[in-house]
Write a protein that binds this ligand. Structure first.
Ligand code: AMP
Length: 177
């Protein structure tokens, strides 16, 4: 993807100091999502990398992973699977607890969301400490898909989240801060 286009998207990300708690530099992607050109660049950049990987399901993490996750699923000709906060999914679920940059949390997915023939792309907006995605990866792997890929729109390099993941995992970000 064209560096100028990626730099344009980066320039649209708003930094909010001390949100939601003191010391966190919150990267607000809503300012990029509301710009049609930016949204298109983000979805296209991710699509270009995954279009030939045989993805059958995009699993988006609540809630910011739903935004481009659903758009990607449509473009890739894949289904969309929500990974949600506890108590939101109506049928039988599997769940996992994880640590995040500010606190601990739990995520859930429907037991029948993914099967052994699926090639899954797990998508979220941002890689901070990596705890959320590590939990999501554990959740998806419990259902034994054929292959798993991981993507974020944005990575925060200083937090070292990437180091939590196995070296052989195919993990991409569109850009990093
Ligand atoms: P983590 O588990 O620490 O990688 O946190 C990732 C999740 O929390 C993502 O879904 C982000 O939406 C959100 N998040 C954590 N830290 C930040 C941050 N500094 N700026 C924006 N979003 C964040």
């Amino acid at each position: 993807m064209d560096k100028a286009k990626i730099d344009y998207v980066k320039s649209k990300v708003r930094n909010i100091p001390d949100f939601p708690i003191k010391g966190i530099q919150f990267k607000d992607l809503t300012t990029a999502f509301k710009d049609p050109e930016c949204l298109n660049i983000i979805v296209d950049a991710i699509y270009e990398y995954y279009k030939d990987k045989g993805i059958t399901k995009v699993a988006g993490i609540e809630s910011r992973g739903f935004i481009c996750g659903a758009a990607l699923a449509v473009k890739l000709g894949a289904g969309f699977v929500p990974i949600r906060k506890p108590g939101k999914l109506p049928a039988d679920t599997i769940s996992v607890d994880f640590r995040k940059e500010y606190g601990t949390d739990t995520i859930e997915m429907h037991k029948d969301a993914i099967g052994p023939d699926d090639v899954v792309l797990i998508h979220d907006d941002l890689l901070a400490t990596g705890g959320t995605m590590l939990g999501a990866l554990d959740l998806v792997n419990q259902l034994n898909p054929k292959a798993v890929y991981v993507n974020f729109i944005c990575g925060l390099d200083d937090l070292g989240g990437r180091d939590l993941f196995p070296g052989e995992l195919d993990l991409t970000t569109v850009f990093d801060f």
